[in-house]
Every structure is written in C-alpha cells, then in structure tokens.
Design a protein around this ligand. Structure first.
Ligand SMILES: [Zn+2]
Length: 242
C-alpha cells in the first residue's frame, strides 16, 4: 500500500483487520434487520392498522399537529424530517398493516415527539449534522494530502486535522445512538398505551426495533474502529523509514 514518500510501496498493514471487523459487523447487522423486517412485514397485524394510520394516531394522541405523513420510495428509507416537519414512510410501511409497519411508523413518531419536546440529544445531533457531513467527506483526503508532504510540521498538522475531521463523523454516530434508542423506547410505549398491536405482536415490534437499533450500533462500532486505525497509523506523527 502506498502511504507517502517515506514508506515502502507494499507492506502488511495489520490495522486493516479493524476495517474488516467493522465491515463484518455492519454486514451482519444489515442481514439481521433485513431478515427480521421481512419476517414481520409479512405478519398482518390483528387490528389491521397501517403505518400511515399508526403515525396519524400517535401524533394526534401526543398532541403533535402540523406534521405531514408522506409516502417515500425504497425500503427501510423511513425517517422523520425535523426541518420539513414530516414523517416519511416507505412503501412497505405506509400502506401495509403489518407488525413491522406499525413498529417503524411508531419509531419515526418517536423522533417527532423528541423534536416537539426539544429532547437534548436530538438537538446535539441536529447541530452536528453539517460538521459531520463535511468531516466524513474531507477527513481522509486531508490525511492523504498531509502524507504528500515528505517532511516538516505542516504535513503532520494536516494529518492531525484530517483525523479530527474524521472524528467528528464518529462523534455524530455516537450521539445518534441515544436518539435512536429513545425513539424506539417511545415507540414501544406508545404502541402499548394506544393498544395498536396484540400482546404477541408487541414482542415482534420489540424484535424489529432492536434489530434496527443494532444497525446503528454496528455502524458506530465500524466508524470507531476506522478512527482507531487512523490514530494507530498516523496519530503519533509519522515514523519515517527513509
Ligand atoms: Zn430513528
């Protein structure tokens, strides 16, 4: 692998193992949500309530008004948009009456509830979005540019700056975790309080939301491992072997 002028072109980079572990975790979590989701998408819920109806009921019961409930393309693309004040539900969620549809729609309403209550971790997360977007895009390029400077403090500073930029995107993923866990906790509570699912279906909802939360845990772990790799490779300044 080529890291800069002071390095040989190829050598065994053991730190790549960290990236592979991260990738395996992410692939595993995504396979798990896909299997749990498809299982509970095909279970029609006893009360026959669709995702869109779930969102409508839960938002009204929580006295949250003025939020539009939209249908969006794709699968697992469901989200709450705080700026547009909309709950966006994918095709398998919006119009279907399944355990998965009720669970996911309730989760997005959980985010709307967080927003209406000014839930603090959500506010931090929203504030971090622009910095994290920029950081994740320019972190690695800055490190690579820093590596091109074969000597001097300037290159080292660029490398350090790049690691910090990448760190911002990791921080964002970490702040995302309590926000997601809390939205699912609110979702399950609301499903129970409003009696949207039958008892055994409620356990299915728990499984769907836990599997969804695991994808966030896996991607946070993967990004921590990538950051760790960057720190191991470049964090202590560059040891030259000229
Ligand atoms: Zn969420």
């Amino acid at each position: 692998m080529f890291y800069g002028f002071g390095y040989p072109m190829y050598y065994f980079d053991w730190t790549y193992v960290l990236v592979i572990i991260g990738a395996v975790l992410s692939i595993g979590a995504s396979a798990h949500i896909n299997s749990v989701f498809s299982r509970y998408s095909n279970v029609r819920c006893v009360k026959g309530i669709t995702g869109a109806q779930t969102a409508d009921i839960l938002l009204r019961r929580a006295s949250i008004f003025g939020i539009s409930i939209n249908r969006v393309g794709g699968s697992l693309t469901d989200n709450y948009n705080p700026r547009q004040q909309s709950v966006n539900l994918s095709e398998p969620i919006y119009g279907r009456a399944s355990v998965a549809a009720v669970s996911v729609a309730a989760h997005e309403c959980g985010h709307a509830m967080q927003h209406s209550e000014n839930y603090f971790p959500l506010a931090i997360r929203s504030a971090l979005v622009p910095a994290a977007n920029i950081g994740s895009r320019i972190g690695i390029p800055i490190i690579l540019i820093g590596m091109l400077f074969s000597s001097g403090a300037f290159g080292d500073r660029l490398v350090t700056l790049g690691i910090w930029c990448f760190g911002l995107s990791v921080l964002f993923q970490l702040v995302t975790l309590p926000v997601e866990f809390d939205a699912s906790r609110r979702a399950l509570k609301a499903i129970k309080e409003n009696d949207l699912l039958a008892e055994e279906e409620y356990y299915g909802a728990k499984k769907v939301l836990t599997a969804a939360a695991l994808t966030y845990v896996a991607s946070a772990a993967a990004s921590i491992l990538s950051l760790l790799r960057l720190v191991i490779l470049f964090g202590g300044g560059r040891n030259r072997r000229d």
